[in-house]
Structures are given as C-alpha cells and as structure tokens.
Design a protein around this ligand. Sequence first.
Ligand code: HEC
Length: 267
Amino acid sequence: MKHLVTLALLASLSLSASAGPEEDRAAFVQFFEKRFPSVAVEEHINGAYALDEDKRKQWEALESGFPPYEDAVFDGEALWDDGPYADCFGGSAAVKQSYPMWDEQQGVVTLELALNNCREANGEEALNYADYDMVALSAYIAFESRGQAINVDVPNDQAMAAYEEGKAFYYQRRGQLNFACSSCHLEMAGNKLRSERLSAALGHVTHWPTYRAKWDEVGPLHKRFMECNDQVKAKAFDLQSVEYRNLEYFLTYMSNGLPLNGPTTRK
Ligand code: HEC
C-alpha cells in the first residue's frame, strides 16, 4: 500500500506538466516528508549523511579541523579581492542564493557563467569551467553565502520553458541501465546502492563546489551530474552545457528556501 502511494505521488510529480514550479516544489518536498518522516526537510542539505548515522560520524570527523576545501576558499578570496568581481556582484560575495538566474540573452545563468560574464565585461578572458581558479572563486562565494536561503525565480514563459527542459531531463530514463535521475534520488532515495546510501534529490544543490575524496579535489555540481550520467552509461554533457544549466535551474528551484551550506565534503 505504501508503495502504491509512493508510485501515485511519483506519477503526479513527473506527469504534471501544467503545474507551475511552486506546485512542483510543494509536491517534491511532500514526497520526502512522507518518505522520511523522521528527517527534517532542512537536514537533506547534508545528502546521504542525513540518512545514514554511521557515515555521518565519519563525515563529521572530516569536516572538523582543517576541512579539505579550506585552501580553495582562501585562494578564492584572494582572486575575488584582486579581480573585478565585487563591482559586478554589488559589493558582496554572499550571492549564491540567487543563482541560477534567468537572462533573456543567455538563458539560465549559473554562478560560474556570471563569473565569466564579469571577467569578459572587464576585458579578462573567460576561465575554463574546470579551472582551479573557477572552482576556488565559487568555493569562496559558497562560503560567504552560507546560511542564505535559496531564492531562485522563474520570471516568464521563456524561463519556464528552460525549467521544463530541466525537469524533463530529471525524469527521463537514459543510458544502458535505463535509469532517470529520479529513479535513484526519488524512488530509491535512502536505499543502498552497493556501498553507497542514495541521497534525496532535495538539497542536492546547496553545497557546491564540494571536495570529494574520490576526485581528490574540490569540484562543481556539473561534474557530479557527469558522473551520475556516466554511472548509468548515459551520455554526459559538458560543464555548463545548456542541458546541465537547465537541470540545475529545475533542481535549484526544488530546493528553494533551503539554506546554503557549501563548500562541504563528500566521499
Ligand atoms: C544509478 C543511480 C543514480 C542515478 C541514475 C543518478 N545518481 Fe546521482 N548519485 C548516485 C550515487 C550513488 C551518489 C552518491 C551517494 C549520494 O549522495 O546519493 C549520487 C550523488 C549525487 C549528487 C551529490 C549528492 C550530494 O549530497 O552531494 C547529486 C547532486 C546527484 N547525484 C545528482 C544526480 C542527477 C542530476 C542525476 C541525473 C542526471 C543523477 N544523480 C542520477 C546515484 C545515481
């Protein structure tokens, strides 16, 4: 019976194309409240560690002391101070809660894209999205934005079309294994996949860039998207591709209202 209710909810989540982002978000949150009644909604910003006590203890040990993203935050601060960024972003680096943003010309503008726009407007070359400087700058901004509630907006019909693209991507099965993002992070959230505890989709965007032990470096959200696509032997897209920017837009809207807590660490 419980399973049937879950399936009905999922169907309404993925099939309600006419519902607006706010209805989608309410259904998304409700899904996880029902699935994990003893886990506060805000706790999901800690990913799998909200759902696994043992892994949480190991993680807390890694986060205390000198967390492995600390250098990136310091380096990012120096880059921020030396560059044109303060002027572009209104004087403060605590801006992550407003990204991604909709722009008539560029579509979904992520924080990384906005950083490159700022550089180019000031006669500097755009950074490659995999560059350490890009990751460090976004790590510093994430750190300064800690505690701010995510507040992204879908202001008009074109923005809505990009949001819908991102949403469709999320629920579309793909790859040789024929899994959608939602298969693992909604339907199977909380279950174990080999040695890993599958985290809830809610809160997936709050803590980037993130240091991953597996990467042995701090990396951006889209790198994680690539890895999750690879995992099911599906085509991965580029960092900051239109596909991943739209996906980030949808996924960030789902986490509207949750507090930012980046950078952080993950296995
Ligand atoms: C076959 C299952 C599977 C599929 C399909 C999948 N993922 Fe994942 N994903 C994982 C696993 C395993 C992890 C690492 C454990 C965890 O945090 O859930 C993970 C982690 C993540 C994380 C990091 C969570 C955190 O707390 O830092 C994000 C973000 C993410 N996935 C997004 C996606 C998106 C977007 C898609 C679709 C493009 C997707 N995943 C598809 C298995 C999957």
